[in-house]
Ligand binder design. Structure first.
Ligand SMILES: [Zn+2]
Length: 548
């Protein structure tokens, strides 16, 4: 899953843990002959390969990711799937990578003759998610959440003069804006649109402690890791934005000096998800950015399981998962390899396991199934953005996307969280499927984390394709909630998201049963999935994939 920091941009030894061993079922499938149940062990075997140190954290554009993809292609071939990329199983994509050279860069707050330099490690740093101007000095205006939501008559920019200025925002949204809507308008594309319209040339994002998955020290440690964008003007969502700065909430008080407001007042309101005041700040920001740019290439991997119905086989149910992770970074406890076992070797492994299961199953889906292993997710959902713009199957032939990203089988699967539950007929179908396997469902319990727009399903949604993502969930206030919170704080985007962590193999197996059953139901249903009449995302329906 994509770091929240990126989603805010204007724009995851082969020793089984004891928990895994306890929950491991004997290998060998059980259940009906047509669709034997998964056992968790076949899944884990794939995870072990993809998240091994040999794969070096699968960074987009790296030879190691290519190596992981070659392994995936070998498995798909062995399972008898057909290539469905642009060149065999592959769809090559060109990227530009940008990296800040801090020795040639600086940030400062300026008020008259007073110049207060900012420390990159402690105060604030550049995000290269936008094409940073080499040098800029502009007044700062606090615009609350920096959101414009026409459907709710909500506009943080209303009545403010932002022409040529830099917007200072707190990550988040007020509670009375529904989660999906709030997520949508916090997406880089939508936020850029609002900023452009208001005349703002840049953004300073104060991270919201209430929604920070990772402590500042870890975020800051990898701040100069390259960011990437798709080559091609048609993919530039942040055009006109010259500055993006991420600010440490623990050091943001200085921004408000002389403004008549205190940081604490703002953060208390933000924590309660209440409306925020908006007002000019006393400072300008002075920024000098030296950026190294490089071109590189990385591929999606796409495979097809042809449907059994002569007519429906021309339509596709997409099962997607990103295979990339964040590579090699700053060492934590001496470990520099960010293996990304749960994020998202785990999801890619579900695709491989499902593909292999189909080979053994007696009943084949009526519609075709497209297995899509996406690159560039951690860089801003880039592989899915490219795939949905330039699909390798006929535009409009993709009836649904079931995306798997960081589904976290770290506790028993009693509750399934369905992202997009209330948006399309897929939601109800997923809920019924889970129920038939004795699993309750719930909508996203933490909409403020923006999970709905933080993974690849979002690009399918933007092309009108009903989509959802599902994860192992927890009941609010339960001990499991703490397990998830600890995981995010300690392992999310850290080297410890590796093969030496407790996983629940029975949870993974049950999750795979749900995914496969759901996929079959969608593939066999004569009717295509549809957006719910009251879904905000219905507006994209009928747009189809292809073109821009
Ligand atoms: Zn991630």
């Amino acid at each position: 899953m994509r770091n929240i920091l990126l989603s805010l941009a204007v724009s995851t030894m082969l020793v089984l843990s004891s928990a895994a061993q306890q929950s491991a079922q004997p290998s060998g499938a059980s259940g009906g002959a047509a669709n034997p149940h998964f056992d968790g062990s076949s899944w884990w075997n794939y995870v072990k390969v993809l998240a091994s140190d040999d794969m070096e954290g699968r960074e987009t554009g790296s030879p190691a990711l290519r190596h992981a993809e070659e392994y995936v292609v070998e498995q798909l071939q062995a399972d008898g799937l057909e290539p469905a990329g642009a060149n065999g199983f592959y769809q090559a994509i060109k990227f530009e990578s940008r990296q800040v050279v801090e020795s040639g860069s600086s940030l400062a707050l300026v008020h008259g003759k007073q110049v207060e330099p900012l420390s990159f490690s402690d105060d604030a740093f550049f995000s290269t998610r936008v094409d940073l101007a080499p040098s800029i000095e502009a007044p700062l205006v606090f615009v609350g959440y920096g959101l414009s939501v026409p459907e709710k008559n909500y506009d943080d920019f209303a009545g403010l003069d932002l022409k040529g200025k830099v917007a200072v925002i707190v990550a988040g949204a007020p509670a009375d804006i529904p989660g999906a809507l709030a997520s949508h308008y916090q997406s880089p594309a939508e936020r850029s649109k609002a900023l452009r319209k208001a005349g703002a040339i840049g953004t300073v994002v104060i991270l919201n402690p209430a929604s920070m998955d990772i402590p500042w020290a870890r975020i800051s440690a990898n701040r100069t890791h390259p960011s990437m964008s798709l080559q091609g003007a048609e993919f530039d969502e942040t055009a006109g934005q010259k500055l993006l700065v991420i600010f440490n909430p623990a050091r943001a008080e200085k921004l408000f000096e002389g403004s008549g407001h205190k940081l604490q007042e703002i953060m208390d309101l933000a924590k309660a998800r209440k409306p925020l005041p908006r007002f000019p700040l006393a400072f300008s920001i002075r920024a000098k950015a030296e950026v190294n740019k490089k071109e590189l290439e990385s591929s999606n991997v796409i495979a097809k399981l042809p449907g059994s119905d002569s007519k429906l086989q021309n339509e596709f149910v997409v099962l997607s998962a990103h295979i990339d992770h964040i590579g090699i970074g700053e060492p934590i406890n001496g470990d520099r390899i960010y293996n990304g076992a749960m994020d998202n070797a785990a999801g890619s492994a579900v695709l491989l396991d499902t593909a292999a299961a189909f080979r053994k199953a007696s009943n084949k889906p009526r519609r075709s199934v497209l297995f899509v292993f996406l690159t560039g997710e951690e860089k801003g959902l880039l592989g899915s953005r490219y795939f949905t713009a330039y699909p390798t199957v006929k535009p409009g032939s993709m009836v649904a996307d079931i995306n798997i990203d960081m589904f976290l089988p770290i506790v028993p699967l009693k509750v399934l969280t369905i992202y997009g539950l209330g948006e399309s007929s897929l939601g109800e179908l997923a809920k019924e499927t889970a129920q038939s396997l004795g699993v309750r469902s719930q909508p996203d319990p933490e909409p403020q984390r923006n999970a709905f727009i933080r993974s690849d399903q979002y690009n399918f949604i933007r092309r009108g394709i009903p989509a959802l993502a599902m994860g192992v969930g927890f009941d609010p206030g339960s001990p499991e909630q703490q397990v998830f919170k600890d995981w995010l704080t300690r392992r999310y985007h850290a080297p410890s998201d590796d093969l030496n962590q407790p996983v629940d193999l029975s949870a993974a197996a049950k999750y795979e049963d749900i995914v496969r059953m759901l996929m079959l139901r969608v593939a066999d249903n004569p009717e295509r999935p549809a957006w719910n009449p009251d879904s905000f995302f219905r507006r994209y329906a009928g747009m189809g994939a292809g073109g821009l």
